[in-house]
Write a protein that binds this ligand. Sequence first.
Ligand SMILES: Nc1ncnc2c1ncn2[C@@H]1O[C@H](COP(=O)(O)OP(=O)(O)O)[C@@H](O)[C@H]1O
Ligand SMILES: Cc1ncc(COP(=O)(O)OP(=O)(O)O)c(N)n1
Length: 268
Amino acid sequence: MSAYNIVSIAGSDPSGGAGIQADLKAFSAHGAFGMTVVAALTAQSTRGVTGVHPIPADFVAHQMDTLFSDATVHAVKVGMLGTAEVTEAVAEAIGRHGLPHVVVDPVMVAKSGDRLLEPSAVDALRTRLLPRADLVTPNLPEAADLLGEPEAADLAAMHEQALRLLEFGPRAVLLKGGHLAGEDCVDILVAQGSAPVEFRSPRVRTRNTHGTGCTLSSSIAALLPQRPDTASAVGDAKAYLTEALRRADEIDAGGGQGPVHHFHAWWK
Ligand SMILES: Nc1ncnc2c1ncn2[C@@H]1O[C@H](COP(=O)(O)OP(=O)(O)O)[C@@H](O)[C@H]1O
Ligand SMILES: Cc1ncc(COP(=O)(O)OP(=O)(O)O)c(N)n1
C-alpha cells in the first residue's frame, strides 16, 4: 500500500512531458500515489502549444471538493491554472480543505514561448494563491513577472528577488536559475527565519528540457511528507531531475524539445 497520496492541480500536456502527465510520473517515481484535478486543457506537442481550453472554475472546485471529501491527501502540487477565476477557486478550496504541503509552481509561459496564464490572472496568483503556499517555485521570468521588475541576471539579484517574493506570503520560495547562463544550474531556497540555501547541479547539455519545472515541483511535493524538511526534499528532487535530464535523450516523444526521463532508475 502506498503511504502517500499526492494531488496535482494543473493543466494537461498531451505530449506527456509537462503538466499533470509529468506530475503523475514524478509522483510515481518517488513512491507516492498520484491523483489529479484537471485545471486546464492544452493542445501541445514537443514543438509547442497550439491551443489552450480553460476548465470552468466551478468545475475545478467541484473536482477538488469531490476528491478531498473522500481521500486523505498528504501534499499538493499546483501548476498551470490558466485563468484568474480558476486561480481564485483553487486558492479558496485549498484554504477551505486545509490542505498540507502546498507547492505552487506559478506556471505562466511554456519554454516554447506560449502563454499558459492569462496576464490578468497574475494578480490573483500573487494575492490569493501565494499566501496559501508552503513553497512557491518560480523560474526567473515568472519571478520577474510576479515582482513587476526585470529578470535577475546573477545570483546576487536572485537572492534579493527570492526574499522579496517571500513578502507575498508563502512560507518558502525556491527561485530556479535554469534560465541563467553558466556551467551550473543554481536554485535558491529562502524561508522565513532560516538562512538561504543554494542548490547547484551541473548543466546537462540536452535539448530535452520540456517539463523541468513541473517535474521538480511535483518531485518536491512527493518528497515533502517523506523528508525531515523542505531543504532535504528540494535537494533530493533536484538530484532526481538532474539524472532525468542526463537520460532525457533516451526518450523519443517528437521532433521538438522533448521530455526528461522520469523513470531513469527503472528502465535499463
Ligand atoms: N540543462 C539543465 N541541466 C540541469 N538542470 C537544469 C537544466 N535546465 C534546468 N535545470 C534545472 O531544472 C529546474 C527547472 O528549471 P528552470 O529552467 O529554471 O525552470 P522552468 O523549467 O520552470 O522554466 C531547476 O532546478 C533548474 O536548475
Ligand atoms: C500543461 C502544462 N503545464 C505546464 C507547462 C510548463 O511546464 P514547465 O515545467 O515549466 O516546462 P516548460 O514548458 O517550460 O518546458 C506546460 N508546458 N504545459
